[in-house]
Design a protein around this ligand. Structure first.
Ligand code: AP5
Length: 215
């Protein structure tokens, strides 16, 4: 199964993608994570993307579509893909169709996480991850069971993203409204969109996504 998780910054795409990975052995393909890895490694892609990401704007369609194609090539053909943060523009949606078709895959579901934008700034500015395994946490909504110790790997170092500040979040939201929300009708016309209440409790969001994937 190949699915897209669609929603604005902080909607819960990454949180729910991690849960699908754990439950179904699918692979999370997060262009945001791939770009952050490229920035950290200082690759040419990373050097080009760094300032764009810090401003909260979108990196070029060519770069992110190439990253997605490479990741799919590195996966076994029977492993399902969860597209998290991709596609984000009409050009990327078109590229994804070609990328999937070229690899004998097809898109099965698009899950739109519907959220109240006013609540997202709090979600994003309170977010942090384990520096060792990447598990996500939140100051208010999802703290480690033992303070300062990662539930998943026992790591004791945590990090926050440089673009998770209120000003950049506003630009990221505007980019979503202008460039990403308009691609939804492409998938609605195919009858593969499920709308899920992203403001519900995390476990309820997971249950609603699971139900949508069975339909
Ligand atoms: P990216 O990394 O994709 O960031 P984003 O889309 O802004 O999404 P986030 O990761 O911020 O949010 P999320 O929906 O995953 O929320 P999360 O689950 O963490 O992109 C970053 C940048 O890279 C972009 O700005 C752009 O520059 C570039 N980029 C990436 N992809 C690109 C592309 N395709 N094209 C061009 N440029 C691209 O949840 C947030 C917090 O809320 C967490 O702490 C979580 O614990 C909490 N939370 C989650 N669900 C709930 C809930 N139901 N109730 C309460 N709290 C919750």
């Amino acid at each position: 199964m190949n699915i897209i998780l669609l929603g604005p910054p902080g909607a819960g795409k990454g949180t729910q993608a991690q849960r699908l990975v754990e439950r179904h052995g699918m692979r999370q393909l997060s262009t945001g994570d791939m770009l952050r890895a490229a920035v950290k490694a200082g690759t040419p892609t990373g050097l080009e993307a760094k300032a764009v990401m810090e401003r909260g704007e979108l990196v070029s369609d060519e770069i992110v579509s190439a990253l997605i194609g490479d990741e799919l090539d590195a996966m076994g053909p029977s492993v399902g893909a969860i597209f998290d943060g991709y596609p984000r523009t009409a050009a990327q949606a078109e590229s994804l169709d070609a990328i999937l078709a070229g690899r004998g895959r097809k898109l099965d579901h698009v899950v739109e996480l519907e959220v109240n934008e006013d609540a997202l700034v709090e979600r994003i500015t309170g977010r942090f991850t384990c520096a060792t395994c990447g598990k996500g946490y939140h100051d208010k909504f999802e703290q480690p069971k033992v303070p300062g110790v990662c539930d998943k790997c026992g790591g004791t170092e945590f990090k926050r993203r440089p673009d998770d500040n209120a000003e950049t979040v506003r630009t990221r939201m505007a980019e979503y409204r202008a460039k990403t929300a308009p691609i939804l009708p492409i998938y609605e016309a195919r009858g593969i969109v499920a709308k899920v209440d992203g403001m519900a409790e995390m476990d309820d969001v997971t249950a609603a996504i699971e139900a949508a994937l069975k339909s």
